[in-house]
Design a protein. Structure first.
Length: 302
């Protein structure tokens, strides 16, 4: 696993001086798991919107935050996976965690709202621009510089997604495209803030950061849901079928796991590294599908 950003990696509970092989193996495991969860969550969310006609992204994402908080709480207080976690006073939470939560909540809200107007595949193509925004924001706001290899890796990932989106034939709205781009920009800013929190002098591990950030995110989503969506989701949730409720509960579980592994990836690889590796899933999925089709065709041919 290529580590693009300098400095030591902090995985929040990992071994301080782990071997290079274990470091790469852990990064590979984080990446594959995040790929699977991300794809499942994306399609499950769209399924809820289309099949069960529950198109309330802010309300749904609030449920995701509740699940994320309980997952982090279980890992901290029940499983005791972070025995030496950093305790943060509420004042410091407001100063350190709240801005991170605001960026994350904005990114997730924009991503879920974009799915109302766009197909998941097209939305994912647009999200391939996130590494570009991450590098740009790192240079502008953090004053960071990267080597030539870091810039070259952006070409096949970012431009590849742009080529896939060129000539898109699906029915979409310009508003959905703009919201999708905003999700990418907010995600880039969140990754930069998160990387600073997890690799600073008084760093915060991934699970603890999720534990402190989820309540802030929940408050933001609930306020946004009340302002934009009103009381409609609170009324219509009771008329959703049992299958729809199962899908909503499943999306909450997937979102909690995705948030956890996304945090772990940023702590392990840095902001830009995690973004570049994370968005390799789109070409990876395409290659896997093509490989599967070739195998099926060869099987029936011979």
């Amino acid at each position: 696993m290529v580590k693009i950003e300098g400095g030591t990696s902090n995985t929040g509970g990992g071994i301080p001086h782990e071997s290079s092989f274990m470091h790469n193996l852990k990064g590979f495991a984080y990446t594959i798991t995040a790929f699977i969860i991300s794809i499942t969550l994306l399609n499950l969310t769209k399924w809820i919107y289309v099949t069960h006609s529950f198109k309330y992204p802010l309300f749904l994402t609030g449920g995701h935050m509740i699940a994320s908080y309980f997952l982090a709480a279980v890992m901290i207080f029940v499983l005791d996976l972070v025995p030496n976690r950093r305790r943060i006073e509420f004042k410091d939470q407001v100063l350190l965690v709240a801005p991170f939560s605001l960026m994350g909540a904005s990114s997730i809200a924009c991503g879920n709202m974009a799915l109302v107007f766009l197909f998941p595949s097209f939305h994912e193509m647009l999200q391939n621009t996130t590494p570009f925004w991450t590098v740009l924001c790192s240079i502008i706001f953090a004053g960071r510089r990267y080597n030539t290899n870091a810039y070259l890796t952006l070409i096949p990932i970012t431009c590849g997604g742009a080529i896939c989106a060129l000539g898109e034939q699906s029915d979409f709205r310009l508003l959905g495209v703009i919201i999708s781009f905003m999700a990418a920009i907010f995600r880039a800013l969140r990754a930069i803030v998160q990387s600073n929190l997890m690799s600073g002098q008084e760093n915060i591990d991934s699970i603890t950061l999720l534990f402190y950030a989820a309540p802030f995110n929940l408050c933001l989503f609930l306020i946004g849901s009340i302002i934009i969506e009103g009381i409609a989701p609170w009324m219509e949730i009771w008329s959703v079928s049992f299958g729809g409720l199962v899908c909503i509960a499943g999306s909450c579980c997937m979102a909690a796991l995705y948030n956890l592994f996304a945090f772990l990836m940023v702590g392990h690889m840095g902001a830009v590294g995690s973004m570049i590796v994370g968005y390799l899933k789109t070409p990876s999925i395409i290659l896997l599908v093509l490989l599967y089709l070739v195998i099926v065709v060869l099987h029936y041919k011979f």
